[in-house]
Design a binder for this molecule. Structure first.
Ligand SMILES: NC(=O)c1ccc[n+]([C@@H]2O[C@H](COP(=O)([O-])OP(=O)(O)OC[C@H]3O[C@@H](n4cnc5c(N)ncnc54)[C@H](O)[C@@H]3O)[C@@H](O)[C@H]2O)c1
Length: 372
């Protein structure tokens, strides 16, 4: 199969869909790779890195889209890219179609077969192609929160780990899933005093078993959450209710009880935010203040560490990519029901029920799409 990887064109997106190592593996499987010149630069990969493993370089995205049988990307195709997709071509990337009516319409019109990273599942019902980005955002959260806490940035001027004779920062992580666990581990590693709150007792048990020497766990009742938030130097929001807008676990009224200059890091901002006073910010202008409390609410945190994020995403996508290339999308999805969960659009028909529900559109069962 000829696999094409265009340069990402969404503003501030520095990741790339295919690393030179992934390209090398696909070539070893007998496939050909066509990469747009400059596609890897934002993640630290030169054109020569791709050439060295046997990939071909294309001068333009148009050439990649015209020739490739499968397009591998990171972000959803932008309007200009969607015009270049065609029937019979496979698109493998993040799509996030539910709230995106224009993209859904264009993908249906193009006839492309689109498999979305974010709806591929695994045996435990988790989302293996989302998890790496949650790990990255979780590990970044205490790092950016520590920066936000610095006096020059409007923060309380508190050092995460303290020093001998001066206590550490108090960090509360709300939501103990993938993001929350990684955030708590890094905050604890920096020497902070960390408490993770979750509503799920089974999850709290797992965390306590694995990390009791690193951080404490607590049940996220409204009153306990409010007590801890009032004492915290930093609160990291990491809750997720799948398919729903994030619940507001810190209200505006609670800000008045907090220490002036405390930091709120809302990782769940991509689901609407879990603090009432959150609004999405960018890496250029990441923080703002409300009622004396500093907020960090960047919606694409992994973009800050594009190289790590590209490598982490590539590790997760590669087995699926090889499967689709080796067998063709149809047999790969027949053999793997978890990959089939990723099928969102095929030959002009929507094949993802949550997207159909969100947009009031008819949905063709993915299993029936396989038979077409
Ligand atoms: N900003 C970014 O760049 C970025 C990057 C990656 C992920 N995210 C977002 O981070 C959020 C967390 O992702 P995740 O992968 O850790 O999800 P996850 O499903 O692994 O974990 C979410 C946890 O929240 C808990 N929870 C749900 N409601 C709660 C409540 N009211 N109080 C306390 N806990 C509650 C759940 O029990 C679960 O343990 C998601 O919104 C995700 O989209 C953002």
């Amino acid at each position: 199969m000829l696999i094409g990887c265009p340069r990402e064109i969404k503003p501030q997106e520095f990741r790339v869909g295919l690393t030179p190592r992934a390209a090398a593996e696909a070539i070893a499987h007998g496939h050909a790779i066509l990469v747009e010149s400059g596609a890897g630069i934002g993640s630290g990969f030169t054109d020569d890195d791709y050439r060295a493993v046997g990939a071909e370089l294309a001068e333009t995205a148009a050439e990649v889209f015209a020739r490739a049988e499968m397009i591998v990307k990171v972000k959803e195709p932008q309007a200009a890219e969607r015009k270049m997709l065609r029937e019979g071509q496979v698109l493998f990337t993040y799509l996030h179609l539910a709230p995106d009516v224009a993209q859904t319409r264009d993908l249906l019109d193009s006839g492309v077969t689109a498999i979305a990273y974010e709806t591929v599942t695994d045996r435990d019902g988790r989302l293996p192609l989302l998890a790496p980005m949650s790990e990255v955002a979780g590990k970044l959260a205490p790092q950016v929160g520590a920066w936000t806490l610095q006096k020059a940035n409007g923060g309380r001027g508190v050092l995460m780990g303290g020093v001998p004779g001066v206590g550490p920062a108090k960090v509360v992580v709300i939501g103990g899933g993938v993001v929350g666990t990684q955030a708590a581990r890094v905050a604890a590693g920096m020497g902070a005093d960390v408490m993770v709150l979750d509503k799920s007792l089974p999850r709290l048990r797992q965390l306590d078993d694995a990390f009791r020497n690193e951080f404490k766990t607590g049940f996220a009742s409204a009153t306990f959450t409010a007590e801890l938030v009032a004492e915290a130097d930093m609160v990291i929001g990491a809750v997720l209710v799948p398919g729903a807008a994030a619940p507001k676990v810190v209200t505006r009224a609670m800000l008045a009880t907090m220490k002036p200059g405390a930091a709120l890091v809302d990782v769940a901002i991509d689901q609407g935010g879990c603090f009432e006073t959150s609004h999405a910010t960018t890496h250029q202008d990441p923080i703002y203040e409300v009622d004396g409390i500093m907020h960090y609410c960047v919606a694409n945190m992994p973009g800050a560490v594009a190289r790590t994020s590209t490598l982490a995403l590539g590790n997760a996508t590669l087995p699926f990519l090889l499967d689709i290339a080796d067998k063709g999308w149809r047999r790969a999805c027949e053999d793997d029901p978890y990959l089939l969960d990723g099928l969102n659009v095929h030959a002009g028909q929507l094949t993802c029920y949550p997207v159909g529900l969100a947009q009031g559109l008819d949905v063709l069962s993915p299993k029936l799409a396989l038979a077409q």
